[in-house]
Design a protein around this ligand. Sequence first.
Ligand SMILES: Nc1ncnc2c1ncn2[C@@H]1O[C@H](COP(=O)(O)OP(=O)(O)O)[C@@H](O)[C@H]1O
Ligand SMILES: [Mg+2]
Length: 413
Amino acid sequence: MTKDNQADNKQMKPPVEVRYREELEALKDLDTGKKPLNWKLSPQAVRTFILGSKKPLQWKGKELFIKKKYLGNDALVERCIITLAGNRGLMLVGEPGTAKTMLSELLSAAISGVSTNTIQGTAGTTEDMIKYSWNYALLLAKGPSREALVPSPLYVGMERGILTRFEEITRTPAEIQDSLISVLSDKVLNVPELGEEGLLFAQTGFNVIGTANTRDKGVNEMSSALKRRFNFETVMPIRDVAMEKQIILNEVEELAKENQIEMKPDEDVAELLASTYHELREGVSSLGHRIDRPSAVMSTAEAVSVYYQTMMTAYYYGFSGKSVQKEADQSKEAGKGRKNTRKKEQEDSQETNQGEPGMDLGCLVQNLVGAVQKENKEDLEKLRSYFQTVIRVKGEKEGGLWSEYYAARKYLR
Ligand SMILES: Nc1ncnc2c1ncn2[C@@H]1O[C@H](COP(=O)(O)OP(=O)(O)O)[C@@H](O)[C@H]1O
Ligand SMILES: [Mg+2]
């Protein structure tokens, strides 16, 4: 093994509280806000952690800027924090890829210091997984005792006074979901096997954050008794191209850093991808064309992954978009401005094999096909017609990157 790939053992995706340890420590040290019992940070500091600081914090002799992590609806974040200080749970519902999971992790890390106390809801989730189960060897040896009990994340949350996250709760059968009702209303969990000692009263600080995808089996199957124990917040997809572009750039930069990919994201390509996702999701282009919306989820999270995939290809294989570019050149005397300088630079850098690798739009389109075609073959046809109408016209009008993008339509097969 070479020294290069002998890197130390490194976690692939450290939890939020590890990734942002410094920010959380600084916020805690400087926190002057009122704090609910057992919270690590005040609601104000939690808000700053998620929505960012306007000015850098002065901490331990240095300046620390708190990055804005969730973009979009600030008021929603504020409501979520307040809900968690009360005695109802928080339920985040919405389309896949709208950052429900991300938000619930950020909230848990900031409020309780851990984001990993989590139940993952699936069709196979059982009541044991929600409440507690037993270590059978100990149970047989010693009989029922706290020692032999294997606590669930809900149990741990109650015992320690921290948040429990329940991911994709609606994928769990409704009658299993209902085992949460008594815990959420009485804040007590009964373990009959332990007799008198079997009553677990929740410590303050405990609460539940659920997430539910509207594309899954649906929130409407949740019992109304359980619904009443939660405040619901609907997380909407981003509706602003500039913001979506910013999310793509932020996330990809973070991913690249984590994986030691030394390449700066290309802003023009991020904008192009953000506008594609935006237009396909909304069903109308910035030029006013009506577009047939694909049935696949056109989420920001998908856009991030399409971008990152393309970036990795460029990083590991080098730029390979010459064929696409030639076609672009033929189809349109590649015009004006800075977007064409990019192309020239890429060609130069490939010939001399120096400089930064660049994003290949052919590769981007191939990854886009993968993402869109996942659910329904007919979606590809819709993507093709989007290129034929919208991208063609943009290519004719703006040239440069857009005609390069249009030329890459040959991958829409
Ligand atoms: N409004 C947003 N602000 C910041 N990042 C976002 C936003 N919407 C989507 N993302 C990106 O999408 C990713 C996926 O979100 P995730 O939390 O897994 O979605 P969900 O749980 O809603 O399916 C996030 O990690 C983030 O990169
Ligand atoms: Mg999720």
